[in-house]
Structures are given as structure tokens and as C-alpha cells.
Write a protein that binds this ligand. Structure first.
Ligand code: COA
Ligand code: MG
Length: 294
């Protein structure tokens, strides 16, 4: 399947040092997995985690789940070795933390070009510092290998000196700027994590907010968060039915030589049909990976 058509409803972090989690993930209903070498792994564990993650990626067996390796920053003692090993292992993407400029993305791309990186390996950027968010447009347009952003909302809250409030009002500007930059360049954009992983109602509310803002999906910390996230970021049966009806109504109007249709008292123009077709394509892609996971 082409990466662009792959859904990214649920993107689950897992510490690269935990062999059991790496194994378990082969059967979890996540659209993508972030095998982490950065903050989820203690310094003493990093070389071991690097070896475990690269072996897991090479061994495969993850079915339709996309695999991202999150490396340590290139300004740390582990970053260069992480990038070289990750690029050689050939995951779907290398996720780079704390990106703050387009030049940093080009540096990652240049290093990948010197190794034996497979063609399918893309770059993703963590957007999680005030400077990174302010430079989001420069980062988003930096290199053709860049495919998406993951918001690092815990780091952003820390750097802003903001509070974690249920409505996320203190974060809305940052989330919106990253989304605008991503969409301007046709990138995928994934919302930050919800820390209280046993609080289903809180997670649901935050997923709805992120989905309504335009995020493609949410990054997660625990498998208990997968079902709700997949549900909220996947189109509902009702939304699919409406999209099909919009497309049909518009095609009938076109056949009559008209450029606009009316469905249930609402106007259906070309732009609504573009959104409806995109939703139907996403529903098809979700059905396809569900079938592949069986
Ligand atoms: N990915 C895959 N499997 C996971 C997982 C994850 N992120 N988190 C938990 N699991 C597994 C556990 O291995 C355990 O499996 P088992 O029952 O087969 O042994 C099962 O799910 C239940 O785990 P549980 O006991 O509920 O959680 P925990 O107390 O062991 O771990 C966390 C809680 C938060 C420490 C853990 O979920 C975690 O490390 N999450 C990722 C954190 C991270 O990556 N942060 C960096 C980015 S913000
Ligand atoms: Mg972070």
C-alpha cells in the first residue's frame, strides 16, 4: 500500500528497551508504531535498545502496521549512531525529536543518503519546542523525504510554562500552527499523547478535539488507548453513508449539467465532494488494513 493512503489513526509509542512490548506490538491494532530510543529509554539502556529495535524492524512480522524509529537528537551522544543504525534497518520512517529548522531536516536527509537507506524510509519530525513550532513552515517544506509531523505536547507544555487543561486552550495556537504548516506542504499530522492512559472519557474528548482540528490521528502511550482512538479517527458508518450520498447527489447533478447539488437541505459543491471522496478512500484503506491484520 502507498504510504500516503495508509491510515494513521493510532500511532503507539513503545520503549525500545522492552523486548516484550516490541513482540506484543506485532498483534496490536495500531496503524503505526513508534519504536522509541529517545525519552522512553534510560541512558544506560540506549545501545541495547538500538540493537533490539533494529533487529525487530529487520525481522518484520508487523503486518500492515507502519514502523517508525524515534532516534535521539543529533546533538546528543547517541544521535549519530541511532540514525546510521536506523537508516540501515529501513523502517517506514525515522522520527527525529525536537526539530527546530529546515536545515536540521536536510542534515538528517544528507546522512541517510550516505548510507544504505532503503527508498521507502521517510523522515518524520517531532514538533515540540516553541522555536520548532514558530519555524514549522520552514521545517515542513525542507525536504521531499519529510512525510509528517508528530506533536510533542508534553515538551511543548513544559517549554511554554503552560498548564495541562482539559480543553487544551493553552496549546491550541501551537497545535494550529503545526497543522497549518503540515497541510500547506501536504504532510501527515499526528496529535500529541494523552497521559492519563486509564481515563477513557478524557481520551475520547481529546481525540474528538484533535480530529475536529484536522489531525490525522493521535500518538499514544498504552495499548488501552487504541480502540477509542481508532474509533474516533476512523470515519463512522454515518459519515461514510453521508459521503456516499453526497457523491451520488453531485454526480446526478453533474449528469443534469448542474454544478451544485442539494442533499437533506444542504448544498453539495465540488469541494464537499473532494472531502467526501477523501473520507471514502480513508475508509477503504482502513478496511484494507483490517483485512490484512486478520
Ligand atoms: N506498547 C506496547 N505494549 C505495551 C505498551 C506500549 N506502549 N505499554 C504497555 N504495554 C503492554 C505491557 O508490556 C503489558 O503487556 P503484558 O500484559 O503482555 O505483559 C500490557 O501492555 C499491560 O501493561 P500495563 O501493566 O498496563 O502497563 P505498564 O505499567 O507496564 O506500563 C507505561 C505503563 C506507561 C510505563 C507503558 O505503557 C509505557 O512505557 N508506555 C510508553 C511510554 C513511552 O514510550 N513514552 C515516550 C513517548 S511519550
Ligand atoms: Mg519529547
Amino acid at each position: 500500500m502507498e504510504p500516503a493512503s495508509h491510515p494513521h489513526r493510532s500511532v503507539l509509542y513503545m520503549p525500545g528497551s522492552k523486548e516484550r512490548a516490541l513482540e506484543k506490538a506485532r498483534s496490536l491494532p495500531a496503524d503505526a508504531l513508534i519504536l522509541d530510543l529517545e525519552d522512553a529509554v534510560a541512558p544506560a539502556e540506549k545501545p541495547n535498545a538500538r540493537a533490539l529495535i533494529c533487529a525487530a524492524v529487520k525481522a518484520g512480522g508487523y503486518g500492515p502496521r507502519r514502523l517508525f524509529i524515534r532516534i535521539n537528537g543529533l546533538d546528543t551522544e547517541w544521535g549519530a549512531d541511532d540514525l546510521a543504525a536506523a537508516a540501515a534497518a529501513g523502517p517506514d520512517a525515522i522520527l527525529v525529536p525536537k526539530m527546530e529548522s529546515g536545515a536540521q531536516i536536510r542534515e538528517v536527509a544528507a546522512r541517510m543518503a550516505t548510507g544504505t537507506t532503503p527508498d521507502h524510509t521517510r523522515i518524520w519530525a517531532m514538533m515540540e519546542t516553541p522555536r520548532g513550532v514558530l519555524n514549522a513552515a520552514d521545517i515542513a517544506g525542507a525536504h521531499p523525504l519529510l512525510e509528517g509531523f508528530v506533536l510533542g505536547t508534553n515538551d511543548l507544555v513544559k517549554d511554554l510554562g503552560a498548564a495541562q487543561t482539559p480543553d487544551r486552550l493553552p496549546l491550541v495556537t501551537g497545535l494550529g500552527l503545526a497543522l497549518l504548516a503540515a497541510r500547506a506542504e501536504g504532510l501527515i499530522c499526528i496529535d500529541g499523547v494523552y497521559n492519563a492512559f486509564r481515563d477513557d472519557d478524557g481520551l475520547r474528548a481529546q481525540c474528538v478535539q484533535g480530529r475536529d482540528m484536522g489531525f490525522d490521528g493521535k500518538s499514544l502511550i498504552h495499548p488501552a488507548q487504541l480502540a477509542i482512538t481508532n474509533e474516533i479517527f476512523g470515519p463512522s458508518a454515518e459519515a461514510i453513508a453521508t459521503a456516499r450520498a453526497q457523491v451520488a447527489a453531485f454526480e446526478e447533478a453533474e449528469a443534469r449539467g448542474e454544478g451544485v447539488a442539494v442533499l437533506d437541505g444542504k448544498i453539495v459543491e465540488n469541494l464537499h465532494v473532494v472531502s467526501a471522496r477523501r473520507l471514502l478512500a480513508r475508509a477503504d484503506a482502513i478496511a484494507a488494513i483490517a483485512a490484512e491484520s486478520l
